[in-house]
Each structure stands twice: as structure tokens, then as C-alpha cells.
Ligand binder design. Structure first.
Ligand SMILES: *[C@@H]1O[C@H](CO)[C@@H](O)[C@H](O)[C@H]1NC(C)=O
Length: 129
């Protein structure tokens, strides 16, 4: 075999990264309701407005309800960030978009599950499209 398979692999990787910009990881591990983080951990209400500083984060308006999907386990000295999506009938365009926000921005009002699983974060937890 020559070099063709290697070149094909490289083209594949370039194609993938051209759609997703990988950003710095905010933490190395996170708490989720299940191993895939597919179920929400809790509901929360935004205590204030939050403007996303970059595409890893979501915009939140005071009073909006948020489904919390994961809670990053903060590194020493770093802020506490959770991921979630806004639930709002008035801002339908924002529904389903999952991103991070500071945990201090919200008041958790309803916990779906008491037990959580701790799993390592991957680059794909912090990509931008
Ligand atoms: C958070 O929610 C609880 C229950 O709804 C409420 O009693 C409490 O005052 C809220 N805290 C803040 C900081 O708004």
C-alpha cells in the first residue's frame, strides 16, 4: 500500500474541523444525568441577562426557564459553568440550542434526578459551528 489511505484520512479530518471550530475546554469533567448527557438534570430560572462571550455559551434573558443538561466540574480558580438550553415560548429560535452559562446566573428550581454521573469532557463539548 502507498500513501493514499493516509491522505484520505487527512482530508476527512480537515473536512470535520472546517465545520466545527474547537475552542478551549472550560473543564476536564462534568456531571450529567446519564452517560450521554441526553436527559436534563434540572430546570432553572435566569436571575439576570447573560450575553454569550463566544459561541460556546448561550444568551439568556432574565426570567427565562433553562433546562440544565450538564454541570462542569470547575478547575481550581475557574468559574462554575453549566450547560443547558433556554425553554421559552416567546423565543422559539433559541430553543434546542445548548450552550454554557455561569451557574451563578440561575436559580435551580426543579431537580429531575438526584444521582449524577461524572464523566470526562471531550473537545466536542466545546466546539462551535
Ligand atoms: C430561587 O427559587 C426559589 C424557589 O422558587 C425561591 O424561593 C428563591 O427566592 C429563589 N432565589 C433567588 C435568588 O431568586
Amino acid at each position: 500500500m502507498g500513501r493514499a489511505p493516509v491522505i484520505l484520512l487527512c482530508v476527512g479530518l480537515l473536512y470535520q474541523t472546517s465545520n466545527a471550530i474547537l475552542m478551549d475546554k472550560l473543564a476536564d469533567s462534568k456531571l450529567c444525568a446519564d452517560a450521554e448527557c441526553s436527559y436534563a438534570l434540572s430546570m432553572a430560572t435566569a436571575l439576570d441577562d447573560f450575553s454569550a462571550p463566544d459561541c460556546r455559551f448561550i444568551n439568556i434573558k432574565k426570567g427565562q426557564m433553562i433546562y440544565v443538561y450538564s454541570k462542569l466540574i470547575p478547575e481550581e480558580g475557574a468559574g462554575v459553568f453549566w450547560s443547558g438550553s433556554v425553554y421559552s415560548e416567546r423565543y422559539v429560535d433559541q430553543m434546542g440550542i445548548i450552550g454554557y452559562f455561569p451557574a451563578t446566573m440561575v436559580n435551580e428550581t426543579y431537580q429531575f434526578k438526584e444521582e449524577t454521573v461524572s464523566i470526562p469532557t471531550t473537545e466536542m463539548d466545546f466546539y462551535c459551528v
